[in-house]
Design a binder for this molecule. Sequence first.
Ligand code: AMP
Length: 265
Amino acid sequence: MMLVGYSSSSDEESDAGGVQAGVAPDHNKTFPRNCLQDGDGSDCPTTKKLKIEKSSPSTRLPLPGCLLSMFPEDEEPQTEDSSLHDGRIRSFKHERGNWATYVYFPSAFGVVLAPQEEFHLSLSQTVVLRHHWIQPFIQSLKAGLTPCKRFVSSASRLKVYCNAEKTRTFLGMEVVTGHAQLLNVVRVVDRTLTDFHLDTFYQDPSFHVSLAWCVGDFTVQLTQCLHELQNLVDNHEEEPYQLWLDCAELRCCAGNKTFRFPLDA
Ligand code: AMP
């Protein structure tokens, strides 16, 4: 079983690069005030790229390097070789222009076995967004989240999860406080997903942070050692181990872009 250090339970595009606050890096487009974007600056419209690709080689003038660098590739070359992804199997087929998208709270913490990594608490499933839907989707999320306030959540109950395709099993720590506030945020996210005709989150979500995962469905086997593992958590030093999550900034990852939504105190 591997310790989780990934940004999606399905599959992901490449990770985001540097952070640029408030402004889309290439076109100087202003992004929503409280929506910051990480990314590689490749926010170029797909149509522009297609025009470049479709012109015949004989009529094509060489583009100056400075222009080419304005339209970097949005998408990483994709590979279906699961051995290159720790054995993970893609949940849905990759198609050019489709951006795997999910919403989550980031979580940075240390557990006995894991170094600080990119742990997260999911508030959506991974859905597929067309590139031109990303900005209106983000605007919709931003508008819906305005009344949501920052809160603290805690998790301490180990639980086994399996993805819908039964291709990966997760050992997660389930939330014990903050459930009502998390449901509130899910309602907002679900509203946006519904507006975009995308699948909403679980009807009865079990909010959790995955700590470790393995390829395949090992629900039975892992559940058998859950009691023993929970004892380790409960008897941690002087008091039971509790995972505290400061839910101060919601994030939405779409392909290789990460949008941030700070919540008011
Ligand atoms: P995550 O660590 O958020 O990526 O979640 C790990 C896996 O748990 C995902 O593949 C989810 O589909 C799965 N899962 C199964 N049942 C639930 C549930 N009731 N609530 C949330 N996630 C679930």
